[in-house]
Design a protein around this ligand. Structure first.
Ligand code: UN1
Length: 476
């Protein structure tokens, strides 16, 4: 059994959960401890006890720990990337790239531990000096999703620790293996006992304990809208600081003047890579009528030939869906789309491969309107729909007509439309002639409307959530 890490010690649990490879259900990766409510409370207590000393370390000490972890993760990039792809089902190339990204994030935040600066200025009153400084918040709870088992933990753990917070980390039930490997690297990099605790287990037990505990000062969560909303409600009782990253229903606009090769490549990557299991996925492809037939034809052909297979096999472009539940959900959304008179132009069927896995062919749905369920709710699978519009103005209106606001993309060669779209897309991130998914790690990440709540993640902006500001007045 892979144990939890509580107060610097690896602790087994009374029960454990099997973790299987979604490309090959006969491949048992390992069994992982099911954290109990008591484990969660012990981890929170340990974090609380460790927080003061960890906050008092120098930036250099925190830098050194994070850099050591970054170096080990980078050195083991192939191995951990392989394990990630085995566990989550994204392709080996995607798994390896994601682990490289995680290493870069730890490296970046190692530096941020040294770069944290305050402000100093005169008071409005004579003879008084004002200082504005940032301090750790205390104990941070981290709850991560299954679709980026290395990168999302990295971009929450690294800033939490680099700014001097103690952490209790609960990874998604589906992907404890990658989380465990990363925590193991951090643990051996020299963190004091209690500064980082790992409690694997159920959201309804471990997650809930983190949300409800008055000893957790801040909670950062990436996951579904339903769970995010529930967390916001439940966390209100203790008024903890919250950062929630939830769904997307991201539009990719294709205008008449787009370079169609670029547009098709953006749509394929944005909609289907990582098996479409990204909150940044391009799930609504909004196409101007002048180019509609040609674009849809090209996209259909490219989608038809995407090679679905075992994540670890050479030549696989699209790995399996990560779980049976997710596969069911994808199929349910296809049924709804059919009922609402969408046309499944290509794909959508479950397929079999040499090993038992959750395979499905990516689906492209045409003849959809923005009012259909398929264009309102996040599916989180390899399913994209196409919406036909007259021109740019209608495209922008359709793009913004959603409860979400994470990313918005546009493919155009018109500077005027690109600039207008960057300014008027109601989204936290805008991409021009690029897929909506796949972002840098040194700049802010996050959305608007129903997609996000609280300060941005990543880059310099991460300090907004992971520190608290103090204003000090001095009469010398
Ligand atoms: C990316 O597109 O590179 O859950 C990152 C997600 C996002 C991360 C996307 N929080 O899909």
């Amino acid at each position: 059994m892979k144990p939890n890490l509580i107060n610097g010690e690896w602790r087994d649990a009374a029960s454990s959960t099997e973790n299987r490879n979604p490309s090959d259900l006969d491949d048992l990766i390992d069994v992982f401890a099911d954290g109990t409510e008591q484990d969660a409370h012990d981890a929170i207590t340990a974090a609380r006890a460790a927080a003061t000393a960890w906050a008092a370390t120098t930036g250099q000490q925190r830098h050194d720990v994070l850099l050591a972890a970054a170096l080990e993760i980078r050195e083991r990039q192939q191995e951990i990337g392989w394990e990630l792809a085995r566990e989550e089902g994204k392709t080996l190339a995607e798994g390896i790239a994601e682990v490289g990204r995680a290493a870069n994030i730890f490296d970046f935040f190692a530096g941020e531990a040294l770069r944290l600066m305050g402000e100093i200025g005169p008071s409005v009153r004579p003879g008084i000096r004002v200082e504005v400084t940032r301090e750790p918040i205390g104990v941070v709870g981290i709850i991560t999703p299954w679709n980026f088992p290395a990168a999302i933990p990295a971009w929450k753990l690294a800033p939490a620790l680099c700014f001097g917070n103690a952490v209790v980390f609960k990874p998604a039930e589906l992907v404890p293996h990658t989380a465990w490997l990363i925590v193991d690297c951090l643990h051996r990099a020299g963190l004091p006992p209690g500064a980082l605790n790992l409690v694997m287990g159920r959201g309804s037990i471990v997650g809930r304990a983190l949300v409800e505990s008055p000893d957790v000062d801040a909670l950062t969560f990436t996951g579904s809208v339903v769970v995010g909303r529930q967390i916001a409600q439940d966390a209100a009782a203790t008024m903890k600081k919250l950062q929630l990253e939830m769904g997307g229903k991201n539009p990719l606009v294709v205008l008449d003047d787009a370079d169609l090769d670029v547009a098709v490549a953006c749509a394929i990557d944005g909609a289907f890579f990582s098996t479409g299991q990204r909150c940044t996925a391009s799930s609504r492809i909004v196409v101007a009528e002048g180019v509609y037939s040609r674009f849809v034809e090209l996209l259909t052909e490219r989608t038809r030939h995407l090679r679905v297979g075992h994540a670890l096999e050479d030549g696989t472009e699209i790995g399996p869906v990560s779980s049976a539940e997710q596969l069911e959900q994808n199929q349910r959304y296809l049924d709804i789309a059919r009922r609402e008179s969408g046309n499944i132009r290509v794909g959508g069927e479950r397929v079999e491969r040499a090993t038992r896995g959750h395979y499905m062919q990516p689906a492209l749905i045409t003849d959809t309107t923005n009012a259909m369920t398929i264009n309102r709710e996040e599916v989180f699978g390899p399913i994209a729909s196409v919406l036909r519009v007259r021109d740019y103005d209608e495209a922008l209106a359709v793009a913004n007509n959603t409860e979400f606001g994470l990313c918005a993309g546009i493919c155009t060669t018109s500077l005027k439309h690109a600039e207008h779209f960057k300014r008027h897309a109601q989204a936290g991130m805008v991409m021009v002639n690029l897929p909506t998914a796949g972002v840098d790690y040194h700049v802010p990440f996050g959305g608007r409307k129903g997609s996000s709540h609280g300060p941005r993640e990543q880059g310099r902006y991460a300090q907004e959530f992971f520190t608290t500001v103090k204003t000090a007045y001095t009469r010398p």
